[in-house]
Design a protein around this ligand. Structure first.
Ligand code: CTP
Ligand code: CA
Length: 227
C-alpha cells in the first residue's frame, strides 16, 4: 500500500519534466509531428509545483497554458532543441520525467523553399533524432529517471526493454490499444514497471491523478534510496 505524499513532500526537490510532441520541419510550411497533447507532462509539472518542487518544464508545441509557479519554462520545437535544453539542465536536477513524445526521425534536409507538388509520388528522406532519454541514462549520476513508453504490441516486454536499456528507475507504460488510454484524452490507463521486475497496474484515472501517483512513487523512491 502506497502512502500518499502530503502537499509539500517534494519541497526543494528539483524536477525536469518534458511534455508535448516535437515538430520536425520539412519546408517553410510543413512538419512531421505526433498526437501528443502535452496534458500528462503539464499535469506532472502542475502537481510537482503544488507539492513544493522546483520545476523546469521543457515543452514542445501544445495548446496548454504553463502552470503557475514554474521555475523555468522552456519552449522548443524540434527533438534536437529539446535534446539541447534537457542536457543543459540535467546536472542541476534531482528527478527527470520524460513525458514528451519525441519524434524519432526528422527530415534529412530542410527545404528552404516550399516543396511543389510535381509528379505522383514523393519521398522524404528521414534521419534518426538523438534519443534524449538514452543519453540521460548513459550519463546518469544521482538523478532519478522516469520514462514513458507508448506501445501497441508486446507492450510489457517492449517497456521492460526500454526500462533496462535506457537505465531508468521506472517506466510508465501506455498501452495504446486500451480504451481510455493515450493521446489527447484527460484519462489514462497505465502500468508501472520497476527494475526488480515488479509490474503495478493502475486503474483508469484522470491524468492529474496519475501525475500524483507517479510523484508518490518518486517520493518513496527518494526516501528509500537517497537517504
Ligand atoms: N524518448 C526520448 N528521445 C527520443 C525518443 C524517445 O527521450 N528520441 C523518450 C520518450 O520521452 C519516452 C521514452 O523515450 O519517455 C520512450 O519513448 P517511446 O517512443 O515509447 O520509445 P522509443 O525508445 O522511441 O522506441 P520506439 O518508438 O521505437 O518504440
Ligand atoms: Ca519513439
Amino acid at each position: 500500500k502506497i502512502i500518499l505524499g502530503k502537499d509539500g513532500d517534494l519541497k526543494d526537490k528539483k524536477f525536469l519534466i518534458t511534455a508535448g510532441p516535437t515538430r520536425e520541419p520539412i519546408d517553410p510550411v510543413r512538419f512531421i509531428t505526433n498526437h501528443s497533447s502535452g496534458k500528462m507532462g503539464y499535469a506532472l509539472a502542475e502537481r510537482a509545483i503544488h507539492r513544493g518542487g522546483e520545476v523546469i518544464l521543457i515543452s514542445g508545441p501544445t495548446n496548454l497554458d504553463p502552470p503557475l509557479g514554474l521555475y523555468k519554462y522552456i519552449q522548443v520545437e524540434t527533438a534536437q532543441e529539446m535534446f539541447k535544453a534537457v542536457m543543459q539542465h540535467y546536472p542541476e536536477v534531482d528527478v527527470v520525467i520524460k513525458a514528451a513524445a519525441v519524434a524519432d526521425f526528422s527530415p534529412k534536409h530542410f527545404e528552404a523553399e516550399k516543396i511543389k507538388k510535381h509528379g505522383f509520388n514523393m519521398i522524404i528522406e528521414l534521419k534518426k533524432n538523438p534519443d534524449i532519454l538514452q543519453e540521460l541514462g548513459n550519463k546518469k549520476q544521482h538523478q532519478i529517471l522516469v520514462g514513458f513508453a507508448a506501445e501497441t504490441t508486446n507492450a510489457a516486454a517492449n517497456a521492460q526493454d526500454k526500462l533496462i536499456r535506457k537505465n531508468l528507475d521506472f517506466i510508465i507504460l501506455n498501452d495504446l490499444t486500451q480504451e481510455g488510454a493515450g493521446f489527447a484524452k484527460d484519462t489514462n490507463i497505465v502500468k508501472i514497471l520497476y527494475r526488480d521486475g515488479r509490474i503495478e497496474e493502475l486503474p483508469k484515472m484522470l491524468k492529474k491523478d496519475l501525475a500524483d501517483e507517479i510523484l508518490d512513487r518518486v517520493f518513496l523512491y527518494m526516501e528509500q534510496y537517497q537517504k
